[in-house]
Design a binder for this molecule. Structure first.
Ligand code: ADP
Length: 505
């Protein structure tokens, strides 16, 4: 371990690649970022150039070392957090991808998924992987690549190809092709991984027609993932931590005990509830997933996702031009007593958990002759809160039905992060609608921070997760202040509005 305990976090997200240099107290010393171009070959299809992801990652990592004025030899380790599920297949001999990466949002395998559901495979898939059959996850994307890139299936069977989510791809490139591995959180999003036995599932590999020779080795989140090739940074750096972005944020928020819950409010919103050593099977269409795996011990989570959170503010700004900037929404919302019955359901790309209604579309209901811009903007913010309540109610019902040996989960407080949480009005309304305290941490870069914490655990910068938990600092706290009657009235109006846009029940 180097003396100063510096960690380099690489946060490869859907829309950008970032590198942040953290000190041992979790303070960000320098950062660098590059936007990632999105490739849309046809409606519903989303790809990334995997080579560009690698180039940008390397460039931002080098930039951050430069800015921080530190050499590779001073870095204790690298932690990687990444956009999840996005699928890359490359040749082992040349390291060249056989196709663009297929991004998690891509819907090209919807028919394949419908077929799997029709033939009744969804129960087996859910029980092994904790996932709902959907194009979102990697397995059908792998199958698509093998079936649509000429020669790919034969190469795969001959062991000439490697599959990886973005973490594995970056790891392969960072180690000069020496390491083909992933961590348990990323593996848990492929739909090929048995989250209970913690290994690739042969039956699922057969079902999806994926040769096991393609798959990376699965390691803990804090583990020895090898070293960077010397030429990249002048000296080798240990790669010591990996987690998918939402799981990394869970670690960054130090949600280490059952019942602890975090919600990230960016473009979309992702809620993760720590359920401890128990994998809770959802009856309410949440996902069961690996929160993190440390020293061979798996901690599970229930996860719910909302597709549109901050994206509704972007639409109000760029589409309708009702506001100049997303933060303007705060003063507009605060200036009103209520929306006077105006409710927005931002189902622009369908509804996510717990509805999973891909064909639903957005609506603004309750408009009258004197409805105002402020009411519509406020309705956009309120929708984020009502959807969070939808998720929390579903998760609590799942946890209660599971009758956990560790006892019922008591939600104490919601830890929040992401760009939207700067909006104080929104955070207060969230606490009011959830009837739950909301805590905003001092560091809201929780994804990169979580990756840094994992690498720090492995390299001895942090002796234990308790040390990490002791670093967490609250910056602001919001306490519920709404009457139960008012909450019920508002949430009831939301439920009615949702019922009007749903295409399946
Ligand atoms: P991502 O990582 O998904 O790109 P961020 O965490 O950077 O997103 O958050 C940016 C999102 O938050 C944008 O969609 C933006 O509209 C929204 N946002 C940023 N600031 C505010 C604010 N003060 N009030 C409401 N929404 C905001």
């Amino acid at each position: 371990m180097t003396q100063n305990g510096l960690i380099l976090a690489l946060d490869q997200g859907t829309t950008s690649s970032r590198a942040i240099l953290f000190d041992r107290n979790g303070a960000a010393l320098a950062n660098a970022q590059q936007e990632l171009p999105q490739i849309f070959p046809a409606p519903g299809l989303v790809e990334h150039d995997a080579e560009q992801i690698w180039r940008d990652t390397l460039a931002t990592a080098r930039a951050v070392l430069d800015k921080g004025g530190v050499g590779a030899g001073e870095i204790a380790g690298i932690g990687i957090a990444n956009q999840r599920e996005t699928t890359v297949i490359w040749r082992r001999d040349t390291g060249l991808p056989i196709h663009n990466a297929i991004v998690w949002q891509d819907r090209r395998t919807a028919d394949l998924c419908n077929g799997l559901r029709r033939s009744g495979h969804d129960a087996l898939i859910q029980s092994r992987t904790g996932l709902i059959v959907d194009p979102y996850f990697s397995a059908t994307k792998i199958a698509w690549l093998l079936d649509n890139v000429e020669g790919a299936r034969a190469w795969a069977e001959a062991g000439e190809l490697a599959f990886g989510t973005i973490d594995s791809w970056l790891l392969w490139k960072l180690t000069g092709g020496a390491v083909h591995a992933t961590d348990a959180t990323n593996a848990s999003r492929t739909m090929l991984f048995d989250i209970h036995r913690q290994r690739w599932d042969e039956e699922l590999c057969q079902l999806f027609n994926v040769p096991p020779a393609l798959l990376p080795e699965v390691r803990d989140c804090a583990a020895d993932f090898g070293q960077t090739e010397k030429a990249l940074f002048g000296a080798p750096i240990a790669i010591a931590g990996i987690a998918g972005d939402q799981q990394a944020a869970t670690v960054g928020q130090a949600c280490f005990t059952p019942g602890m819950i975090k919600s990230t409010y960016g473009t979309g919103c992702f809620v993760m509830l720590n359920t401890g050593v128990d994998a809770v099977a959802s009856r309410n269409r949440m996902l069961t997933t690996v929160a993190y795996r440390l020293a061979g011990q798996t901690t599970y989570a229930l996860e719910g996702s909302i597709f549109v959170a901050g994206a509704a503010m972007q639409w109000l700004r760029d589409g309708l031009k009702l506001i100049d900037a997303a933060p303007d929404s705060e003063a507009l919302a605060r200036g009103l007593e209520s929306t006077d019955g105006v409710v927005m359901v931002p189902a622009f790309t369908g509804l996510g958990a717990p509805y999973w209604d891909a064909d639903a579309r957005g609506a603004i209901v309750g408009l009258t002759r004197d409805s105002s811009i402020a009411q519509i903007v406020r309705a956009g913010l309120e929708a984020v809160c009502y959807q969070t309540r939808d998720l929390l109610l579903a998760m609590q019902a799942d946890a209660a039905a599971a009758a956990l040996p560790t006892g019922n989960l008591v939600l104490d407080v919601l830890r929040v992060d992401g760009g939207m949480v700067e909006n104080d009005w929104l955070m207060q309304f969230l606490a009011d609608i959830l009837d739950l305290g909301v805590d905003r941490p001092a560091v809201t870069e929780t994804t990169a921070l979580g990756a840094a914490y994992l690498a720090g655990l492995q390299t001895g910068v942090y002796p234990s997760i308790e040390t990490i938990a002791s670093h967490w600092r609250r910056q602001a706290s919001f306490t519920p202040g709404m009457t139960a009657a008012r909450r019920q009235q508002l949430y009831g109006a939301w439920q009615e509005a949702v019922a009007r846009v749903r295409t399946v029940t």
